[in-house]
Every structure is written in structure tokens, then in C-alpha cells.
Design a protein around this ligand. Structure first.
Ligand code: ATP
Length: 297
């Protein structure tokens, strides 16, 4: 018997970052939107914990206990006094180290798949607690849809979304480490007073109305200058998407994936083709939002 769980990627339509806290973390106002690019995690009983991965970026995914999916299985097993003897197979479609929370998606997927396989019937609240221990983006991967994350991003409030938004994601050649991008943010903001992060009411209203033009006017990412500083060629990708008619162009999370909001599905296809033809990215993917959270197939 096996259990397969499908989990979405995310884009941050707002990522407001406060100054570094004494513990090194940053307070955030983080508006997550789940998008229709998915990893699938399949859990099958095994003699010991084993991870395999398939997909174009599979070579960059660790297959040992540092894999976030493995850490999720271990955390759940420990809570229930079980041995984490499971084979986790990850069918990876979310870009690796791309700022789209691929590792977090696999952690949420593994948690739900193992809970179902082992019949441990963990409550939603307890699953969310384990998710928050695994990483700031993991709780959102479990719930999907749209949500405002505060604290380190892990305290979530579900948000209403009044329509479908059509995105294009340009995948860069190479990755960016999230801690390195926060380090660059700290360097760039030295001596500057960083304001308290607050969610934009215009942005929340645009999401609730399903209004793409209003959302495009309100999107923001405080990590973008740091990501561009470490990965300057992304400026060319952003320009190419804007020139192709995208309503908004921004770095996705800590990058280096760039996100382009378009008017409709046809607009998304056109921007994707133009981005590919521009030679400024490795690949361009079209995806609608919002997408559901981790789902047992
Ligand atoms: P985020 O948007 O949450 O900052 P990301 O999308 O930029 O994350 P990930 O794809 O989650 O980045 O991977 C970041 C690093 O985590 C990888 O370089 C890899 O070494 C490690 N990692 C651990 N587990 C996984 C996993 N299941 N899938 C991908 N990467 C993983």
C-alpha cells in the first residue's frame, strides 16, 4: 500500500521584511499564494527511511536525512513513538532552490502522506505545529489557498481570493540560498531604519476581488533588491516579462525564480513564450492560482 500527496508551490505577492531580530530571524508580513505547480510525495512502507526523487532538478535534491521530507517523517514518527521506516518518493516539478518553497512543499506532503499511511490521525493543529518546527514556509504548504503569514511567516491567517490569477514563472539557471539572500538584505539595510512589516490593505482587497490589475499595482517583495544584488541577470528577465505585457514582474520569495502576473490564461501563454524566446531564463512555466494545499490523491 502507498499514499501519494500532491503539494503546491507558492509565490509571495507581498513579502515585507522587518529588521533582523536578536535571534537573527526577521519579522515578516508575508502574503502567500499557492500556485498550480506541484510536487507529489509517495509514502510506501519500507525496512528503513529511504528517499528517492525524480524530475529535471532531481540531482540537486539531497537524498539523506537532511531532506525536509525525511525530517517531516522523522518528526511525525517521534511524536507517535514509531520508527520512520518509510520510502518517500518525490516527483519533483517545483524548481529547486527557486524561492517557491519546494522543500517546504515536500515536507508538508511527506507529513500528510505518512500520517495517512501510518493511520496516526494527527489533528490539523498538531500537523501545523510540526510544520512550523520544520520551517517557516511549511505550514502554508499544508493549507494552500492564500494566507497572511506573520511572525517568521509561520503564523497564518487564511485570506479570501475572489478569482483566478494567471502567472508565469521564469526559472533561472542556478539557485539562491535563502539565508544568503537574508544576509544580503541585512547588509543592504545596514544603518537604515527598517519599518515594521505590515500587510497592504490594497493588496488584500485586490486578492478578495480577484482583480489582477489591482493586485499587480500592489505586489511587493522587500527581498528583491538583495536577490538582484546577488543575481544581477534577473533584471533582464524582469524587463523581458514586462516588455511582453506582464501586469507585474517580481522576484518570487528569495529568488531566483521570477514571477509575472498576467491578465488571463492567454496572456500567460504569450508572456511565457516571449520569456523563453528572450533567452533570459532556463524555462518558463504557466500556473494558475490559488491552488489547494497538500491533498491525498
Ligand atoms: P523557500 O522558497 O522556502 O525559501 P526554495 O524554494 O528557495 O525555498 P528549496 O527548493 O526548498 O528552496 O530548497 C532549498 C535547499 O534545501 C536546496 O538547495 C536543498 O539543498 C535543500 N532541500 C532539502 N530538502 C529538499 C527537498 N525535499 N526538495 C528540495 N530541496 C531540498
Amino acid at each position: 500500500m502507498s499514499v501519494t500527496v500532491r503539494v503546491p508551490a507558492k509565490v509571495n505577492v507581498q513579502l515585507a521584511v522587518g529588521g533582523a531580530r536578536p535571534d537573527g530571524f526577521h519579522d515578516l508580513a508575508n502574503v502567500f499564494l499557492a500556485v498550480g505547480l506541484y510536487d507529489e510525495v509517495t509514502a510506501t512502507p519500507a525496512d528503513e527511511l529511504r528517499i528517492t526523487c525524480e524530475g529535471p532538478d532531481a540531482g540537486q535534491v539531497p537524498l539523506d536525512r537532511t531532506n525536509l521530507a525525511a525530517r517531516a517523517a522523522i518528526a511525525l514518527a517521534e511524536r507517535h513513538g514509531l520508527a520512520p521506516d518509510v520510502h518517500l518518493h518525490i516527483a519533483k516539478d517545483i524548481p529547486v532552490a527557486g524561492g517557491m518553497a519546494g522543500g517546504s512543499a515536500d515536507a508538508a506532503g511527506a507529513l500528510l502522506a505518512c500520517d495517512t499511511l501510518w493511520g496516526t490521525n494527527t489533528s490539523r493543529d498538531e500537523l501545523l505545529e510540526i510544520c512550523a518546527e520544520l520551517g517557516s514556509d511549511v505550514p502554508f504548504s499544508l493549507v494552500g489557498g492564500a494566507a497572511l503569514g506573520t511572525g517568521r511567516g509561520e503564523r497564518l491567517r487564511a485570506l479570501e481570493v475572489g478569482g483566478t490569477f494567471h502567472w508565469v514563472f521564469a526559472v533561472a539557471d542556478g539557485g539562491l540560498s535563502t539565508p544568503a539572500v537574508y544576509g544580503e538584505f541585512d547588509r543592504l539595510s545596514e544603518g537604515v531604519r527598517v519599518p515594521e512589516p505590515v500587510a497592504s490593505q490594497e493588496l488584500l482587497d485586490a486578492l478578495a476581488k480577484g482583480d489582477a490589475a489591482a493586485l499587480a499595482a500592489a505586489v511587493s517583495n522587500d527581498l528583491q533588491p538583495a536577490a538582484l544584488s546577488l543575481f544581477p541577470s534577473l533584471t533582464g528577465t524582469l524587463d523581458a516579462g514586462r516588455a511582453a505585457g506582464a501586469l507585474a514582474a517580481l522576484v518570487s520569495g528569495s529568488g531566483p525564480t521570477t514571477a509575472f502576473l498576467t491578465r488571463d490564461a492567454g496572456g500567460a501563454q504569450a508572456v511565457a513564450q516571449a520569456l523563453l524566446a528572450s533567452g533570459t531564463c532556463r524555462t518558463a512555466r504557466v500556473a494558475p492560482s490559488p491552488a489547494p494545499g497538500a491533498t491525498v490523491l
